[in-house]
Design a protein around this ligand. Structure first.
Ligand SMILES: N[C@@H](CCC(=O)N[C@@H](CS)C(=O)NCC(=O)O)C(=O)O
Length: 257
């Protein structure tokens, strides 16, 4: 029943985006439920035995971690598969998923490295959550320092992560042989594409994606330039193409945070 399928999430988490994309690819209705960063851990620990979002509730089943959610969805909803069932193809797609999931850690650090000290941006990221403005201001200050230590955001690490983001883009370009129309594995969309496109989305900022919540005008110049250059290269074009051609709107209702 659709009303019992809920994705507990942060809107601007690219791992949550990966699961939203997977659900919508399969045409599965679901509700999005935004949890407040910090207190979300009471929920995730209790229901999924972990600290992170996304967590999917499907009926009475709870699954945490976007890779486990992917396996759950493939097992229980085999139509419109995103992972080949067996063999070399399955291994390749899962290897690529794993590699781009790891690039996602660097994308996140790169992003926060640029945004953490922009108070209006941090508040914009809390826009989807309920609560009065004064509360969000306090929350954004607490969240900022928490995120800084949790993801080890310091200038040295951010510079290293930026290199890894570029490595990720080069990896995409090798796999597509420079052609933004191609898929990373075979002739159609797989979990490898969904993962790579979702993980790189905060860099490329596809229109109508959650990252457009972050006002471009308040992004630091260095970040805007990086995004512009990323969009101009084949990997950036590839992300935009995947979003236009393969990221279909989700049929759902947003639940209150
Ligand atoms: N391996 C996890 C990573 C998920 C993840 O890192 N989620 C972050 C948001 S981008 C999170 O929930 N962080 C909150 C925390 O660690 O308390 C997955 O694929 O789902």
């Amino acid at each position: 029943m659709s009303h019992s399928r809920v994705l507990f999430q942060f809107p601007v988490s690219h791992y949550c985006e990966k699961s939203r994309w997977h659900l919508s690819h399969k045409g599965l209705e679901f509700h999005e439920r935004n949890l407040l960063p910090g207190p979300h851990r009471f929920f995730t620990r209790r229901y999924a035995g972990m600290d992170t979002l996304p967590v999917l509730r499907d009926g009475s089943d709870y699954t945490g971690d976007s890779s486990r959610i992917a396996l759950y969805l493939e097992k229980h909803y085999p139509d419109a598969p995103l992972i080949p069932e067996v063999g070399q193809g399955r291994r390749h797609v899962q290897e690529l998923e794993d590699q781009f999931d790891r690039i996602g850690l660097h994308v996140r650090r790169w992003q926060y490295g640029h945004l953490l000290d922009q108070p209006d941006v941090m508040e914009a990221m809390l826009a989807p959550f309920r609560g009065p403005a004064w509360f969000k201001r306090i929350l954004s200050r607490i969240a900022r320092e928490r995120v800084r230590s949790l993801y080890q955001v310091d200038p040295h690490n951010v510079a290293q992560s930026e290199k890894r983001v570029l490595d990720g883009m080069e990896r995409v370009e090798r796999l597509i042989q420079g052609d933004p129309q191609r898929y990373l594995h075979g002739e159609r969309l797989t979990l490898a594409d969904v993962t790579a496109a979702a993980m790189l989305a905060p860099v490329v900022r596809p229109p109508d994606s959650p990252w457009s919540l972050i006002p471009e005008a308040s992004m630091p110049r260095s970040m805007r330039l990086f995004t512009e250059r990323a969009r101009a290269r084949p990997a950036g074009q590839w992300v935009l193409t995947r979003y236009t051609q393969d990221r279909h709107p989700v049929v759902n209702q947003l639940e209150a945070a």
